[in-house]
Design a protein around this ligand. Structure first.
Ligand code: 0RA
Length: 640
């Protein structure tokens, strides 16, 4: 029994640990400062923030289970079986620990918890930010046999911390919040996206059980991995043929930093881009010192092993050769992470580079010596990669000599714009010739260029650069963009600052979009970082009554318009594809800057596409079924 009554001395001490800084009105004034944006990314960030608090409790060893529920009314509940937020009264603030946690903004430090907090960047801003941005929030704490509850509206306290019951069994915290429609552009949670993050967190925190349930669609998942990141690598490689049996795994601590690495090569993958770095549970998509340390450690060790064992003698094996086909998770946990970069997803702590490099170096060398068969296949794979690299260079030189990638020769299918200024020029990449034709006729040719793509572009993950350059659609795109490619890629030379992918709102369109995202993500990532890549949003329906007509972009809008107009004499036309719209309609709905909706593609979107890629394209039926099931609630939006 820790706090028998809410005012014992011991319990005063609990809340004393909580540092209090400032109020919440600032959060409602400038939400983006705290959660990045008020679009769907910001919305999902709310869930991550609440879950992060439970994850902190799990990292300290007090919580074994976290349940996330998307409720019928649009609110979200996060429940954990940790110690429960302290309920005792803080001597200075004369408020309970719960109220302080929920209403005071914390900068850094948060609570004086000993372990590696999820903090830095946009993460770890505190659950009070979620409270401030919620129409209402209810927190329930189970501690010392009692159930406590407090209610809030838009961050303001609406009730005391009341005792509402008793319980037996595990303590814990339960938070339910309703995102505020005054703040967020959308209130719709994407189950699949939340599910993927919960899966990731379960992989990164071995033994932790995380469940997620959507009360609307009925979908639910449970994640629990005793193998942690070993199972993460197995999962990433699940539909592919590994080069060697088993996942190579190391873990160690040095100077208070915990490092774990899991890795496995694939037999038929040529990508050098499948090393995923995490710091304190945050996927650091911009990399950082842990990633450079990993790369240096991997290259040095494998090169040393090659030299000592007579592999690849007259070849200059490079880091890329050793990373070809490698899937790896690098997971570090450190006391004071510094997150930097455009998206605050790059680890900055300089000491981490050496720590990761030295741990990896030592352990990998021992592993190779103990597993000469695995070492042998890794060596031959790297040698093959080096040979292919030489062949690819020759192919590229040839292509270059023919002028195909030079910006002088624009592809024949491109209908370019007359404006020469990239800043105000747009390139529409359009699926299919018929839609391409409509777009060419409908566009404003002064600043809008159209590139129609025929059929599917090739699977960029599985193709080497030389094969990729054989593909006409890929070559057209590269030369239209004018950026060059690969080691000569110059993103700043793009001829358009808006590159707009325009595909049908059906499953085929989603495929092509996924392929294009994956291409940009893997080969032209900077264009995404710069914010140049967009998705056009064609309407799904045209609703008409008499002379009045309106385009709507999703089912919800359709319902709203139908309700507003009442029932009689209304006709609804569904657009199955872009090709069904005439040039005028396409311009009005999708291309005219005055009316159109453009969605900027973020690195997160592209990453998601990259992950989805295997699901949509792979041979396995089960993950594809799962994808379609997860999206069942949107089934009337997509045309499955
Ligand atoms: C501060 C101190 C303690 C626990 C927590 C906060 C805590 C916060 C959250 C938020 C969601 N779930 C949580 N679980 C715990 C330690 C209290 C003690 O010493 O008993």
């Amino acid at each position: 029994m820790e706090d028998e009554s809410v005012l014992t001395k011991k319990s005063l001490y609990d809340s004393d640990k909580i540092k209090v800084l400032e109020g919440l009105s600032a959060v409602r004034k400038r939400p983006s400062m705290y959660i990045g944006s008020t679009d769907e990314n910001g919305l999902h960030h709310l869930v991550y923030e609440v879950v992060d608090n439970s994850i902190d409790e799990a990292m300290e060893g007090y919580c074994s289970s976290i349940d996330v529920t998307l409720n019928q009314d649009g609110s979200v509940t996060v429940r954990d079986d940790g110690r429960g937020i302290p309920v005792s009264v803080h001597p200075q603030y004369k408020k309970s620990g719960v109220e302080i946690v929920m209403t005071k903004l914390h900068a850094g430090g948060k609570f004086d918890r000993k372990s590696y907090k999820v903090s830095g960047g946009l993460h770890g801003v505190g659950v009070s930010v979620v409270n401030a941005l919620s129409e209402w929030l209810v927190v329930k704490v189970r501690r010392d046999g009692k159930v406590y509850r407090q209610d809030y509206r838009r961050g303001e306290v609406m009730s005391d911390l009341d005792i509402v019951g008793e319980f037996e069994g595990k303590s814990g915290t339960e938070t339910t919040f309703m995102p505020d429609s005054d703040i967020f552009e959308t209130l719709e949670f994407d189950y699949r996206r939340l599910k993927e993050r919960m899966r990731e967190l379960a992989f990164l925190n071995k033994g932790l059980r995380i469940t997620i349930k959507d009360e609307i669609s009925g979908a639910s998942h449970e994640f629990h991995y005793e193998g942690g990141i070993i199972e993460f690598v197995e999962y990433l490689n699940r539909e592919k043929e590994p080069l060697h049996q088993g996942v190579i795994y190391f873990s160690d601590r040095m100077n208070g930093v915990q490092v774990e690495v899991a890795m496995q090569y694939l037999a038929h993958s040529y990508s050098t881009n499948n090393v995923y770095p995490f710091a304190n549970n945050i996927h650091t998509i911009e990399g950082g010192t842990h990633l450079t340390g990993f790369r240096a450690g991997l290259t040095n060790t494998l090169k040393k092993y090659a030299d000592e064992n007579g592999y690849g003698k007259d070849m200059n094996l490079t880091g890329d050769d050793f990373r070809e086909g490698l899937t790896a998770i690098v997971n570090v946990k450190l006391p004071e992470p510094q997150f930097e970069g455009q998206t605050k997803m790059k680890l900055g702590n300089s000491e981490i580079r050496g720590i990761v490099q030295s741990i990896l170096g030592d352990k990998l060398m021992i592993y190779l010596e103990e597993h000469p068969k695995v070492a042998e296949s890794v060596m031959s794979k790297a040698i093959m990669a080096a040979k292919a690299r030489t062949a690819a260079r020759k192919a590229k030189d040839l292509t270059r000599r023919k002028g195909i990638l030079g910006s002088i020769d624009l592809p024949g299918k491109l209908a370019d714009c007359s404006n020469p200024d990239p800043k105000t020029s747009e390139l529409y990449i359009v699926e299919g010739d018929s839609a391409g034709g409509s777009a060419k006729q409908g566009r404003d040719r002064t600043f809008q260029a159209i590139l129609p793509l025929r059929g599917k572009i090739i699977n960029v993950e599985k193709a080497r650069i030389d094969k990729m350059l054989d593909n006409k659609e890929i070559r057209s795109m590269i030369s239209a963009l004018g950026t060059g490619f690969d080691d000569e890629f110059k993103p700043e030379e793009t001829r358009y600052h808006k590159i707009i992918i325009m595909t049908d709102a059906d499953v085929d369109g989603a495929h092509i979009r996924t392929l294009l995202f994956t291409f940009f993500y893997r080969y032209m990532k900077e264009l995404i970082d710069f914010g140049y890549l967009y998705m056009a949003q064609p309407p799904l329906f045209k609703i008409k009554r008499g002379r009045k007509e309106q385009y709507v972009y999703n089912e919800r809008e359709k319902r709203e318009v139908l309700e507003e107009w009442g029932g009689r004499g209304v006709s609804i036309q569904r657009y199955k594809g872009l090709g069904e719209m005439n040039p005028r309609e396409l311009w009005d709905t999708t291309m005219n800057p005055e009316n159109r909706i453009l969605a900027r593609v973020t690195i997160e979107d592209a990453e998601e596409a990259d992950r989805l890629f295997d699901i949509l394209m792979g041979k396995e039926v089960e993950p594809r079924r799962e994808f379609i099931e997860d999206n069942a609630s949107q089934a009337d939006d997509i045309d499955i």
